[in-house]
Design a protein around this ligand. Structure first.
Ligand code: FPP
Length: 236
């Protein structure tokens, strides 16, 4: 059910992060790729802890894209195992820090333990107000957009935003992305929040995700502060 309740009373930013480079971080150290994913959890925890202290109301993290199903089965299995184990752990951290955790993306293809873990994590943290932390799992912006368009077409009403939220299982409206960070050196959006990033400031860093942390988040926020956002207008 979609609620209209704001996720937080604070003003602030919506920051979204494409957490890329776990595999290359591990390769550089002659470790299996799974070691990179495990190392990425530390960065996740540190970044979330920092985000709570910064003027950020929503943090959306790209944890598993719909295209990631095409990876070798063994890696997909590892990622799903990490997710099933991490969601309860993250939820416990979120409760401590008064964070609301929710998950966007398709739910019908995730393994049952992941679905159960995300439902429980959402329920445990639903009253959190210090930050809205969203994980994008089995997420594809294009798929969500096309399903939302179909829904609006079939139902003959123009409420596209709610149809889009429904398409990726968001349960409350979230403002557009202000700052999109991608680690790992690539400079692309990879089908992430295409609609919501219409006016996002983009920040690309060569750091692999396991080397990212709260201080690196501050570097990105410093750069963001210096950007002049015009939203298509001319500054007066
Ligand atoms: C991209 O690195 C990273 C991922 C596909 C997985 C990110 C997931 C986590 C850090 C765990 C998330 C946990 C929760 C609770 C949401 P890559 O494998 O594409 O690295 P590469 O580009 O170097 O190959």
């Amino acid at each position: 059910m979609i609620t209209e309740t704001p996720t937080t009373t604070n003003d602030g930013l919506h920051v979204a992060i494409i957490m890329d480079g776990n595999g290359r971080w591990a390769n550089k150290r002659n470790l299996p790729r799974s070691a990179g994913h495990h190392a990425g959890i530390r960065s996740l925890r540190d970044t979330v802890e920092a985000a709570v202290q910064r003027p950020i109301h929503t943090l959306t993290l790209y944890a598993f894209s719909s295209d990631n199903w095409q990876r070798p089965q063994s890696e997909v299995r590892t990622l799903m195992r990490i997710l099933a184990a991490q969601l309860p752990a993250q939820a416990a951290n979120c409760v401590r820090q008064n964070i609301r955790l929710s998950v966007i993306g398709r739910r019908d293809r995730l393994p049952e333990p992941v679905i159960q873990a995300l439902i429980r994590a959402e329920a445990r943290t639903m009253h959190g107000t210090s930050l809205h932390l969203r994980f994008a799992l089995d997420y594809s912006a294009r798929d969500s957009l096309s399903r939302a368009a179909q829904h609006v077409g079939n139902n003959g009403n123009g409420d596209f935003l709610h149809a889009l939220m429904r398409a990726y299982n968001a349960d409350c409206p979230v403002p557009d992305v202000d700052l999109l960070i991608r680690t790992g050196g690539e400079q692309r959006l990879s089908d992430f929040l295409l609609w919501e990033c219409a006016y996002a400031e983009l920040y690309f860093t060569p750091d692999y995700w396991p080397d990212f942390n709260g201080m690196k988040l501050d570097d990105a926020l410093d750069v963001f502060e210096k950007r002049q956002r015009r939203f298509g207008t001319i500054p007066v």
